[in-house]
Design a protein around this ligand. Structure first.
Ligand code: DAH
Length: 339
């Protein structure tokens, strides 16, 4: 009898059903009035008294195994028929994402992608900064009018703590905390006390770039940014550099690209000049290197900074900066990203 029960148990454990009918046949075989389990109970009378305890337990565990098997397989089969009936398999991975990325995120990711292909890492710094990282280390002398160029939101006075006015502050943090050579970009949010209009906002986004090594030259700067412009705006894009002034770079320049709207012929976006400005750049001033404990006799470097909104406006021909911050779904749904 013991052998028989054990044989039945293995049969129950390995049983699979493809349909509810097969499952019902299984139930009848084991549990119906004349099924195998009741038959075992009938034979139980003949078992010797000393074996009764063990046999009783064995028959009961067979009964439970059959009942549990029936419950599990029933659930499984009913789920399958539900799915077939609705034509949906809810366990499949979703196709496409339910939303879209914000255009500023799409452009930021594209900038990161372009620079990471030529070995730039991504670094971040705090949005609340002290005077040293936002100004002093970047060669803004105390009380220098250049500090007024960037209308600062102060949080505390003496010592000055403010919302960072540019991502150049991250340059300082990276130089302080790592050894040259350095090749990094720092995307992030910046803040300036400006009246909100189609062309200005008090919160916007920048990407800072920094490259420090031995023998870095202005030619490296030009070629890196030329590569960026072509990757971002297309192979035929031209660049030009105009002399400019930033306290933290010497020499400093602003880079224009040939207008991507009219191809350089002249339109209202480029104000009929054929060129649009996209970023500021220059060779890192030796004072900045020294303030960040980098040997300016051994190392040189270039830096650049661009506004993400500006790049996005040119890329998507958006003429009002405020659209980026209103989260109007009719605007946001127009942007599709690969991921
Ligand atoms: N920080 C500057 C700004 O906010 C942009 C900039 C210009 C960054 C020149 C740089 C640079 O690194 O070299 O207007």
């Amino acid at each position: 009898m013991k052998n028989k029960i054990e044989k039945y148990l293995t049969e129950v454990q390995s049983f699979e059903a493809n349909s509810l009918e097969q499952l019902e046949a299984f139930r009848i075989k084991f549990l119906s009035k004349k099924g195998l389990v009741p038959l075992l109970f009938a034979d139980f009378k003949l078992v010797a008294p000393e074996d009764r305890k063990e046999m009783g337990q064995l028959i009961n565990s067979l009964k439970t195994a059959v009942q549990e098997k029936i419950i599990t397989l029933k659930q499984l089969l009913e789920n399958q028929t539900d799915k077939q009936a609705s034509g949906l398999d809810l366990s499949l991975p979703a196709t496409g994402s339910p939303g879209t990325r914000h255009p500023l995120s799409i452009v930021r990711n594209e900038i990161i992608d372009i620079f990471s292909r030529i070995g730039f890492t991504v670094s971040e710094g705090p949005e609340i900064e002290d005077d040293f990282h936002n100004f002093t280390a970047l060669n803004f002398p105390p009380n220098h009018p250049a500090r007024d160029m960037q209308d600062t939101f102060f949080i505390e006075k003496d010592p000055d703590i403010a919302l960072r006015t540019h991502t150049s502050s991250v340059q300082v943090r990276v130089m302080e905390s790592s050894e040259a050579p350095i090749r990094t970009i720092s995307p992030g949010r910046v803040f300036r006390n400006e009246a909100i209009s189609a062309r200005a906002h008090c919160i916007f986004h920048q990407v800072e770039g920094l490259y420090i090594d031995t023998d870095v030259s202005f030619a490296d700067l030009k070629h890196t940014l030329f590569y960026f412009a072509k990757e971002m705006f297309g192979e035929t894009t031209k660049t030009r550099f105009r002399p400019s002034y930033f306290p933290f770079t010497e020499p400093s320049a602003e880079m224009d690209i040939s207008c991507n709207i009219c191809g350089g012929k002249g339109c209202n976006i480029c104000k009929y000049t054929g060129w649009v400005e996209i970023l500021g750049c220059g060779m890192v001033d030796p004072n900045v290197l020294e303030a960040c404990r980098i040997d300016s006799k051994k190392f040189t470097g270039f830096a650049f900074g661009m506004g993400i909104e500006r790049i996005a406006m040119l890329k998507y021909q958006i003429n009002d900066l405020r659209l980026f911050f209103e989260n109007d779904l009719r605007f946001l749904r127009q942007f599709v990203s690969a991921e």
